[in-house]
Design a binder for this molecule. Sequence first.
Ligand code: EPS
Length: 378
Amino acid sequence: MLRYMTAGESHGKGMMAVLDGVPAGLDMDEVFINGELARRMTGYGRGKRMNIEKDRIEVIAGCKANRTIGSPVGLLIHNRDYRIEELPEVTSPRPGHADLAGMQKYDFRDARNVLERASARETAARVAAGAVAKLILNEFAVRILSHVVMIGKVRADTKGLSFDELLALAEGSDVRSADKRAAGRMREEIDKAAKAGDTLGGVFEVITEGVPPGLGSYAQWDRRLDGALARSVMSIQAVKAVSIGEGIEAAGMSGARTHDAIYYDEAKESFKRATNNAGGLEGGVTNGSAVVVRGFMKPIATLGSPLRSVDINTKKESAAATERSDITAVPACAVVAEAVVAFEIASAFLEKFGGDSMGETRRNFEAYGRHLKETGLS
Ligand code: EPS
């Protein structure tokens, strides 16, 4: 079983991730992991903090000579902006943040104690953990991309683009949009929001290609992979909805237009789908098509022109606290979503194929593929 936890406060000493269940013999490619951390820090509309941090991991456990040894993998990212002890108290909770509910829950009069952990800075540790999951999946030719579908009201048109086209275009865009024209309008919207002291949300999509059929299970509710993916993406700071495949749109379509017809590809001796409205999952099980997950992010809750709030001590009306923050973080959130999706898929992969070493996982994986071919179930 693959699992992970994170620890760390936004302006504490650093962020950390501990992964348990990583097979032995995986190359811990630090250049790749640091590259993933760097991707998360980009995006038009990020705040000044991103000029301060230069996220890099330090591998502190679970490896010898840059290879995993089957014990828990410990990753540490130092915060440059470490000043938690000097930061002022926050007594006017910000609407949309965990501030007030957190103070009530943990018995605080200072929302600083809440926001330091609730902050999306935590996602740096999730991306580090997800990068390790990607290293596992890379070994089996599973590939992941993310792109931004919408920022504010500006929607990208990416119909007809292949996986490789989407990947190249999104990676080359500072709003992670594969639609160049929409990207320009997204930037204008972000500039407008910045001027008004406002913030923006949006929609992103994560596509995972090369996933074998049979990950997850319909046999029990908590083994359905669609449920696990939804929980993971929903748990990312500021995400308010998740859909799989055509998801939300499918609710308004007819059955005949929604479900993906099955055909048999004689040349490839393999079952295929004409479309992928299901987003690669049926009955909570992967069906061999690309896994497509969308996340819907609300606008950042820290506003330059703050909303109305109440001081926790005086009970008098007071403007919500303002902190340095981002105008939008949808492009960064897409990269975080890649990480959590990679983690869930790697976890289901290891559940299906098992293996305490990468060699054992590979033998099991290859035997499954051979068996499907030999029995005509491929
Ligand atoms: C965040 C507020 C900002 C963001 C931060 C998330 O940080 P600060 O208050 O230090 O300016 O930049 O994101 C990160 C630090 C990060 O690495 O993504 C928040 O309140 O969630």
